[in-house]
Write a protein that binds this ligand. Structure first.
Ligand code: GLN
Length: 277
């Protein structure tokens, strides 16, 4: 079978599985297996696929049609213009989370200390350090497996003076330490929504997505515990669900913070900025 025909059949397999980005996903998987970029697909549209290539592509196609996210099939995801390795042990970095990096870079003073709570693939911490080499960047995760992925990414994308990783729940590894910026993309999806979400989410680590108390539990924990870990005037930056805006605006001031909420490019409330008074 030739490449262009295979692409068309893969696209229709994905479309029948209800995947909205059928053509894009088919192209990304073909590029991955054949080692091409998207221009290469056009230039080699008449290329005859050999048995080995077809076997691998059919296998990936079946898994994608079963709604495994593309990033887990290729093992990589671009975030903040850097290519991160991802496995099912970590949440796939989302474009909207790039805002957290922007805000962390904006608020961190020269030579300042930044902490990323629940770092997962290390995306936020590594993107911050990659952009601002002057900063001391620390990161924690409760999952040993996630930290392994983060360390691989740190090793690949940064030099040896990269991010310092610690295993532990929230602030546990950092007693007695203070930071200028604390940043986190915690789990914040309401478990009651589980059955109405995209099938792809069921392949990601559930502990990185869902949190009790309608999705608020970990966000509240971070707000409640963060004060002693912040230098005066420091900020906590937390990714939130749009529906949490009013709650955070009301809760933050009760815990000693001035609050502002920033929206993402889609217009949804996305980043809570909490300044220590
Ligand atoms: N924004 C993600 C989603 O809805 C959730 C990420 C998270 O819980 N931190 O897919």
């Amino acid at each position: 079978m030739i490449l262009s025909e295979f692409l068309t059949s893969l696209q229709s397999q994905f479309a029948s599985a209800g995947i909205a980005t059928a053509r894009l996903d088919a192209e990304v998987l073909v590029c991955h297996v054949l080692g091409l970029d998207r221009a290469g697909i056009i230039m080699q549209h008449n290329r005859v696929l050999n048995d080995e290539e077809l076997h691998e592509l059919n296998d990936l196609g079946t898994r994608r049609a079963g709604r495994v996210p593309v990033a887990y099939l290729t093992g990589k995801k671009e975030f903040y213009s850097l290519e991160f390795s991802v496995t099912p042990d970590v949440l796939i970095p989302r474009p909207e989370t790039e805002f957290l990096v922007d805000y962390a870079i904006y608020y961190a003073p020269q030579g300042g200390r930044v902490l990323d709570i629940g770092t997962g693939s290390g995306a936020i911490a590594i993107a911050v350090k990659h952009t601002r080499r002057d900063l001391e960047v620390y990161a924690s995760d409760i999952s040993e497996k996630a930290l392994k992925v983060a360390q691989v990414n740190s090793h690949t994308l940064l030099d040896d003076n990269g991010v310092r990783f610690f295993r532990g729940d929230c602030f546990d590894p950092f007693h007695g330490e203070q930071f200028h910026v604390i940043v986190s993309n915690p789990p914040y999806v309401d478990p009651a929504l589980k059955n109405s979400l995209q099938d792809e989410l069921s392949h990601e680590p559930q502990s990185a997505l869902f949190a009790g108390d309608c999705g608020r539990a970990i966000i509240v924990k971070i707000i409640d515990q963060s004060h002693p870990f912040l230098y005066p005037g420091g900020v906590v930056l937390i990714e939130i669900g749009a529906e949490m805006k009013d709650f955070i605006m009301e809760y933050g001031p009760r815990r000693g913070y001035d609050i502002s909420i920033a929206s993402d490019y889609a217009g949804f409330a996305r980043v809570a900025v909490l300044k220590r008074r």
